[in-house]
Design a protein. Structure first.
Lengths: 255, 311
């Protein structure tokens, strides 16, 4: 119910507010990331300009928020408890869809830039994003589980909050860079740029970055999934050959 | 970046990037053990792969493929020295394949209960503890009196095993026993191998020595011979049902592994049988202690994440 009111509230605000007075022109350093065998993460530069359409409307200070999200997949969060002297998984919560990577970069600290209502409506922080898709089930406090999901992934550097990482010049030119980790999952990544004024979203822009395996990585992945028997036999053949080659080499060395 | 950064390799199936030297080193370490003791080394490698961030399903499947390579490399050296009892290996293998098939069924059943991780770990702790403990005590005793009495004495003891029907002659092992115990040993090891994601050598080697009464020299080669086929079978099962065999990961591990296995065989040939057994026992106990410790001590993070299903 609380959620519903918040929706209505933000919907009203965005209707009343200066919704289309500012627009974004965006550039990305790359629209496509190819995962090769030596792929070791990637830095992506996001830059752009705010197009002011009417001088009068831009009274307040503008802020820019940039988010990058990987494709989402289901995750099971399990909780351990001590039973009979050992630590065992006692209950679990399934989060329907959570990104494996999520970064949010802002011009100033997140809480100062994004109001709770905006976060709720646009799902800007990763917590909101996950909370929105996790269905309350037979677990006592699901909040604890979603919070743990965020915490674990934050510790692994997969969820990043980059306060002050966006630079905004003369209220017009903005830029930020986000480093993507090396253990990227394939798919269409979504980059969103929010123009914020006093905690509210003034303008939103969305684009996608294609992350895909290329070359040998692509070939092996396809083979493993499309012709698993051939792939399995090839793996075994390599193993047998390598085993034989090493034995032969050692025999030659020892005479 | 630097050199370390430049040597990172992205694994196409595991979908993570890892340092190539770390994988080569791990492969080499496990290869040495494989050649020395006739164990696949999976019981050591699989947890190590978890530790460096390889998804468990990929680690278990790829490890099977890697064991094929290091066992093959190791067995060739033993064949040269006529240390492989092919007949015994064949009988064990029949049991092994039956066991592996049963093991996969058991594994899937446990998975449906949702506690498979815990049961696999408990399996590890119990079996490593029992096997390691027994071997350690026996080896210590043997080492103490090896000066005067030959260790082969205890092999000649007649047990219930000699009363069973279907007797076969195993010339290389110098045994004339029923085929039933080796088949049963094969089945038990096959089940364990499938559930625990290992070749099962650490259970098989002691079983061959203490239950079947095979000479230690022959045990290692014969165990490796049998492991090749069981792990090849497991690799194919994983590759065709779960798509979790990572060829790039396997190649990196096995390059280190096959070289290590050759060194391991050389080291093993120089050590006395009792010394070999006591070292294996210590290693098994060490891994057991580590796993038990992890189950008992409160983890720093009580929550863990798992992706749902495979692809």
């Amino acid at each position: 119910m609380r959620l519903f009111y918040a929706y209505v509230l933000t919907a009203m605000i965005s209707l009343v507010g200066p919704a289309v007075s500012q627009d974004i022109v965006l550039g990305l350093s790359k629209q496509e990331i190819g995962i090769t065998a030596f792929f070791d993460g990637s830095e992506i530069l996001i830059f752009g300009a705010v197009k002011h359409q009417s001088e009068a409307s831009s009274e307040g200070d503008l802020d820019v928020v940039v988010t990058i999200a990987s494709p989402r997949s289901p995750v099971t969060v399990r909780r351990k408890e001590k039973r009979l002297g050992i630590w065992v998984n006692v209950d679990a919560l399934e989060v329907d869809l959570a990104p494996s990577f999520y970064a949010v970069a802002t011009t100033r600290p997140f809480d100062e830039v994004v109001s709770q209502a905006s976060d709720l409506w646009h799902q800007i922080s990763v917590r909101q994003l996950i909370r929105a898709v996790s269905v309350p089930v037979a677990v006592e406090n699901p909040e604890e589980f979603t919070e743990a999901l965020v915490r674990v992934r934050e510790n692994d550097g997969l969820y990043q909050t980059l306060s002050g990482a966006v630079t905004l010049q003369d209220q017009t030119l903005f830029s930020t860079s986000v480093s993507l980790p090396s253990n990227l999952v394939e798919g269409a990544y979504t980059a969103r740029i929010f123009l914020m004024n006093d905690g509210d979203v003034v303008s939103e822009y969305q684009t996608s970055i294609d992350v895909r395996k290329v070359g040998m990585e692509r070939w092996l992945y396809n083979l493993a999934h499309e012709r698993p028997v051939v792939y399995g036999l090839l793996s075994l053949a390599i193993a047998i050959f390598a085993g034989w080659a090493a034995a032969a080499a050692f025999r030659a060395v020892r005479g | 970046m630097g050199l370390c950064g430049a040597m990172n390799i992205y694994l196409p199936i595991a979908e993570v990037s890892v340092n190539a030297f770390v994988l080569l080193g791990l492969g080499g370490l496990v290869g040495v053990l494989s050649g020395m003791f006739g164990v696949g080394g999976g019981f050591l490698m699989t947890p190590l792969l978890f530790f460096i961030g390889i998804p468990p399903a990929v680690a278990v499947a790829t490890e099977a493929n890697q064991i094929v390579a290091s066992s093959f490399s190791g067995v060739l050296a033993h064949v040269k020295r006529r240390n492989v009892d092919f007949k015994m290996g064949g009988v064990l293998l029949i049991g092994g394949l039956i066991g592996a098939a049963v093991g996969v069924l058991v594994f899937n059943y446990l998975k449906s209960l949702g506690q498979v991780d815990l049961l696999v770990k408990l399996c590890y702790v119990i079996f490593l503890g029992v096997v390691g403990g027994l071997m350690f005590i026996e080896s210590l005793r043997a080492l103490r009196k090896s000066k005067r009495i030959s260790a082969s004495k205890f092999r000649k003891k007649r047990t219930w095993i000699h009363a069973l029907p279907l007797k076969m002659r195993f010339r290389v092992s110098g045994l004339y026993i029923s085929a039933i115990p080796p088949v049963l040993v094969g089945i038990v090891v096959g089940i364990l191998a499938a559930i625990m994601g290992v070749g099962g050598g650490f259970v098989m080697v002691p079983a061959m020595i203490y239950l079947l009464g095979m000479p230690t020299k022959v045990v290692v080669g014969t165990s490796l011979f049998q492991i090749i086929f069981v792990t090849a079978f497991t690799t194919m099962l994983h590759a065709t049902t779960n798509y979790t065999v990572d060829m790039v990961l396997a190649v990196l591990l096995l390059v280190g592994g096959v070289i290590g296995a050759q060194f391991g065989t050389m080291i093993g040939a120089k050590l006395k049988a009792e010394q070999l057994r006591i070292l294996l026992a210590l290693m098994v106990l060490l891994v057991c202690a580590k796993l038990a410790f992890d189950l008992i001590v409160q983890p720093s993070e009580l929550f863990s994440l798992g992706t749902v299903g495979g692809h």
